[in-house]
Design a protein around this ligand. Structure first.
Ligand SMILES: [Zn+2]
Length: 307
């Protein structure tokens, strides 16, 4: 089968740091300490209890912390955007106002570039279309800031279709010689009308037809974490509805700017565009939440998604 993809897209190790501020002593673990652009990292605070008050800041934004009763640690996820400049960045954490700081190194990603030659009708848009594109970009930009404050997701994240990756994350496209935005997700091989399952528990934040991404679903998993499912032939959920991990939320299609049926799957973490496949690996750190809640193994998810 020919591989299809989106033709235009818009827009390890761990180290323990121990601090003693005089008020309290706690350790801050970064997993991993060095990331590539478009990856996520996990911060774990040891030596803290459920009664503590944790807050953090990273890249100028608040970082929401969660208490994990199994490991008795406070945890937070950091998203490093695909376009984040390589360098060393501060991760600041306060436990009951006692400060701590760690450093995370961001290395450049090697995502590659592909060249496409498209007819002008597919690359030049009239004023009405440009206005629509602008409206939709603004809507999405706002959406990433409107996540629920509580955590809805639990345990590992799963891929929404089992097919292989045919369009890698972060790749840039030269369309008729013009460089476009990096690919903000992965394209997964799938047949038309194949079931698309929800990666984790959440709330439908968007279920609508958009110019580039066609019939699109965005799920808010809470605390700044979203998954997106684009180019659907059919949307099976309504905005505002609560959805469960493994639930069928749509069927694969090629709506919007796609060359054929496939699923574009993306993740936003506190606004950052991150690689979903790498996020799956990081989310294995939360697998104990699946077993604690009765178990939702990967095998059962894959079986459930087959038509
Ligand atoms: Zn794509």
């Amino acid at each position: 089968m020919k591989s299809f993809f989106c033709i235009i897209s818009f827009v390890s190790c761990s180290v323990l740091f121990i601090y003693n501020s005089g008020q309290a002593s706690f350790s801050l673990r970064l997993i991993p300490r060095t990331v590539v652009q478009g990856e996520a990292a996990l911060v774990e605070i040891e030596g803290s209890s459920f009664q503590d008050f944790l807050r953090g800041r990273f890249l100028g934004k608040e970082v929401p912390f969660l208490y994990d009763a199994n490991s008795r640690t406070w945890r937070a996820l950091l998203g490093i955007d695909v376009d984040q400049a390589p360098g060393v960045y501060d991760v600041r954490v306060w436990k009951n106002d006692a400060p701590a700081k760690a450093f995370i190194t961001v290395k450049p990603g090697d995502f590659g570039t592909r060249r496409l030659t498209l007819p002008p009708s597919m690359t030049r848009f009239d004023e009405k279309t440009l206005a629509r594109i602008e409206r939709e970009e603004a809507r999405l930009k706002l959406l990433w800031t409107q996540s629920l404050s509580r955590k809805l997701w639990r345990g590992m994240f799963f891929r929404p279709v089992p097919g292989e990756v045919t369009g890698v994350f972060g790749q840039r496209t030269l369309v008729n010689g013009e460089l476009r935005s990096p690919h903000s997700g992965v394209d997964l091989k799938a047949e038309k009308n194949e079931n698309v399952i929800c990666s984790n528990h959440g709330r439908v934040a968007l279920a609508d037809n958009l110019f580039f991404s066609g019939n699109s679903v965005a799920i808010d998993h809470g605390q700044g974490l979203f998954t997106m499912y684009f180019h659907l032939n059919e949307i099976l959920v309504k905005e505002g509805a609560l959805v469960e991990k493994g639930q069928i939320i749509g069927r694969v299609g090629s709506t919007g700017r796609a060359t054929g049926p496939h699923l574009h799957w993306g993740i936003r973490l506190n606004g950052a565009r991150i690689d979903p496949m790498k996020f799956i690996s990081l989310s294995r750190r939360f697998a104990d939440e699946d077993s604690a809640s009765g178990g939702t193994g990967e095998d059962s998810i894959v079986q459930r998604q087959k038509p």
